[in-house]
Write a protein that binds this ligand. Structure first.
Ligand code: SF4
Length: 297
C-alpha cells in the first residue's frame, strides 16, 4: 500500500504466505519469492516476519507488529509445488527442501525400475532427489510445452484434458522398454496424471511406477490457494489402491506426512498441513463463499 511518499507492506499474522524484503541501490522491494529479486538484480535483505508491518520511506524502514503475536503456520505446499526452486522462502532454499522431499520419498518408497523421470517442471527437483538416493538414472522422458498454463486451474474438464495433450509430449527413445519411475509433486484430481501414464505407456514403457513427493490431498485450502472442492480431490474419495487402479500404473506411493514434516526446516516455526491432514490450524471464518457447504457437512 502506498500513501504519499510512504509504502506499507505487511505479512499475515500466522505467516502462511512468504514475504521478503529486497534492496537495489536506494530502492526497496517486497516480493513473495526471491526469484523476483534476481530478475531485477536486487539483493535479499530478510524475510518479513509474521504479523510484521513495514513502513518504507526515503528515511529508511520502520518495523511494527500488529495484533497479538500468533503461532506461525507457514504453507508447506509452497515448498512442494507453489514456489519456484530458484527462490528462497521462509528463510530456506526451495531447491534444497524439494530435493530432500525426493530423497525422503526414495527412502520410504523405492521402486524396482530402470530410470526416474519427472512431471516437468514442478517435479524436476524432487525427481533429482529421488534419483540421487536410489541410484536410478534421472532422464528427461516428458517434455513440457511452456506456452500453456497450469492445468488444475482450468474451470472445465474438457479444457483441462486438451491442455494436458498440448502441454506434454514423451521422449520415446528414453521410455521404450524401460521400467519407469515417474515423480510427481502432488495429485489433485488425478486427471492429468492418468493421461500422462497413458502417454508414457504408449511411448513403450514396460512399467510405470508413480511416486508422489507429498501426502494425499484430502481437504481444500481455505488460506488463499484456489484448490478444487473436497468432492473433486481424488484422495478425498478414493483409497491409494483405488487411485492406482484409476491411474492404471504398476505401483503408486505417496510421501508420508511424517516424511514431509521431517524434510522441511522448523527453526522459524510450524507449518500448515491442512490439505493433507484435514486439521486447520487457523479458525476459518464464516465468510468463505463457495466452500461454506463443506464446513456444514
Ligand atoms: S491448506 Fe494446504 S495449500 Fe492451504 S495453506 Fe495449508 S498447506 Fe498450504
Amino acid at each position: 500500500m502506498m500513501t504519499n511518499d510512504r509504502i506499507f507492506a505487511a505479512r499475515d499474522p500466522n505467516g502462511v504466505r512468504p514475504l521478503c524484503l529486497g534492496k537495489r541501490d536506494e530502492a526497496f522491494f517486497v516480493v513473495s519469492e526471491t526469484c523476483a529479486l534476481d530478475l531485477i538484480r536486487a539483493e535479499e535483505i530478510r524475510s518479513i516476519k509474521p504479523g510484521e508491518l513495514l513502513e518504507i520511506s526515503k528515511d529508511g524502514i520502520k518495523s511494527y507488529y500488529f495484533g497479538e503475536k500468533q503461532e506461525r503456520h507457514a504453507c508447506i505446499f509452497e515448498f512442494i509445488y507453489f514456489a519456484r526452486p530458484d527462490s528462497r522462502i521462509f528463510d530456506e532454499n526451495v531447491d534444497k527442501v524439494r530435493r530432500k522431499l525426493g530423497k525422503t520419498l526414495a527412502l520410504e518408497s523405492p521402486a524396482d525400475a530402470d530410470i526416474v523421470i519427472s512431471v516437468p517442471d514442478s517435479s524436476n527437483t524432487a525427481a533429482v532427489g529421488y534419483s540421487r538416493r536410489t541410484d536410478l538414472k534421472f532422464e528427461l522422458g516428458l517434455i513440457r510445452n511452456h506456452y500453456v498454463g497450469r492445468t488444475f486451474i482450468h474451470p472445465q474438464q474438457g479444457m483441462r484434458d486438451f491442455s494436458v495433450r498440448v502441454k506434454f509430449n514423451t521422449v520415446k527413445g528414453v521410455l521404450q522398454d524401460r521400467r519407469v519411475v515417474v515423480v510427481e509433486d502432488s495429485i489433485v484430481r488425478g486427471t492429468t496424471l492418468k493421461q500422462l501414464v497413458s502417454l508414457i505407456r504408449q511411448a513403450g514403457a514396460s512399467e510405470v511406477h508413480i511416486r508422489v513427493s507429498s501426502p494425499p490431498i484430502i481437504s481444500p485450502c481455505y488460506y488463499g490457494m484456489d484448490f478444487p472442492s473436497k468432492d473433486e480431490l481424488i484422495a478425498s474419495n478414493m483409497s491409494v489402491e483405488e487411485i492406482r487402479k484409476y491411474l492404471d500404473c504398476a505401483s503408486l506411493e505417496y510421501l508420508s506426512l511424517e516424511g514431509l514434516l521431517k524434510s522441511v526446516p522448523k527453526e522459524q516455526g510450524g507449518f500448515c498441513t491442512a490439505c493433507f491432514s484435514g486439521e486447520y490450524p487457523i479458525p476459518i471464518e464464516n465468510n468463505i463463499g463457495k466452500f461454506q457447504h463443506e464446513l456444514e457437512e
